[in-house]
Design a protein around this ligand. Sequence first.
Ligand SMILES: O=C(O)/C=C/C(=O)CC(=O)CC(=O)O
Ligand code: CA
Ligand code: MG
Length: 404
Amino acid sequence: MVTVGDFGDATLPYGVFRAEGGSPRVGVAVGGLVLDVATVVGAPEEFVRPDLNRFLARGPHRWKEVRKALQERAASGVSPGQEGVHRIADVQMMLPVEVADFVDFFSGIEHATNAGRILRPGEEPLKPNYRYLPAGYHGRAGTVVVSGTDVVRPEGQIRHGEHVTVGPSARLDFELELGYVVGTPSTQGVPVPAEDFRDHVFGVVVLVDWSARDIQAWEYQPLGPFLAKSFATTISPWVVPLDALPWVDGPVQRPAVLDYLNTPEPRNPAVEIEVELNGVVISRVSAAGLYWSPAQQMAHMTRGGASLRTGDLYGTGTISSHDPSSAGSLLEISWGGERPFRLSGDETRTFLEDGDVVIVRASVPGEPDRSLVGGRRPIGDRYIGEARTVIRPAPSARWHPHPS
Ligand SMILES: O=C(O)/C=C/C(=O)CC(=O)CC(=O)O
Ligand SMILES: [Ca+2]
Ligand SMILES: [Mg+2]
């Protein structure tokens, strides 16, 4: 089983922490401890600051050099009481990156199919372009928040039959995603080839794309999601370097992709994500089978000449499955709200309620234990981070505490 909160010493993810009375500094997680990076490698201009951006901007040679120094330091033994070492539980974790641009993709073909069936019944669920390009939209970088930040239920326009009102969303949802963090910038006007992925992209976070389905249903055609997804996006505080993850082959792509989207295998990280609602794990999904890979997303995003900037964040899109009970959103799990699911006892849910606690947790599955009959149970799953959120009431609920 995965040991929550213990990163071991293979992952060595980076974050920004503040110890009591101190200022923000870059840290690396070793087990359940945070090690102040500047105490190992110096370079205070890169590591004694409130974000990872300076370090990210320096590129892959520097990333490797620092990771190697930290691996050596971790191997020598890190324990509380040493200089620059704190318990993660004793520090405040902050937003790790000053987010530049935020894009959210749609690369889970199972999610795209489920969402099409639910939102556009009677139509072909996938649009004709789905297998040609990784579709996405530009989101709102300024509302990306770190795990532990409450999310206020959004209000907006909602259509009820012939009438349109403005008020709290009654269909607040999560989407389980990974987010890729860009380090090295690129030049505007010059597309970035897919094979340059590791020259530009630094690492991965857990990403939760909060989505108000009723607001979305009314506003999204023809220009796509707008206020339904701009009120908050949560990321985990720890950025996991690409090198710390196992990569696997993606699904076969048919028709064959255009040349600029051609990438060598392996394409996707073997990362699993589970979501816990009020203490009950309600779904578990895997990023290994995503139709479009992060290298293809990067190549497509820059194909028209848009540049990459240090701190850019792009989401995979909802990671889901064909089985609605292990899907990446409540939209799918409750099939558009038609099928309430049991949470615990006689408590059921369709969408999120005020006070709900949502924890989205990622891990790398361990090797199958071949001594077991069937050999499928993973052993030694490796925890790589989480995003924890409490849902707070909409602003108007504060003066109308019991909406009818
Ligand atoms: O209209 C639809 O089919 C659904 C769109 C989304 O929910 C957009 C989105 O955030 C894409 C994703 O995360 O996969
Ligand atoms: Ca999304
Ligand atoms: Mg390049």
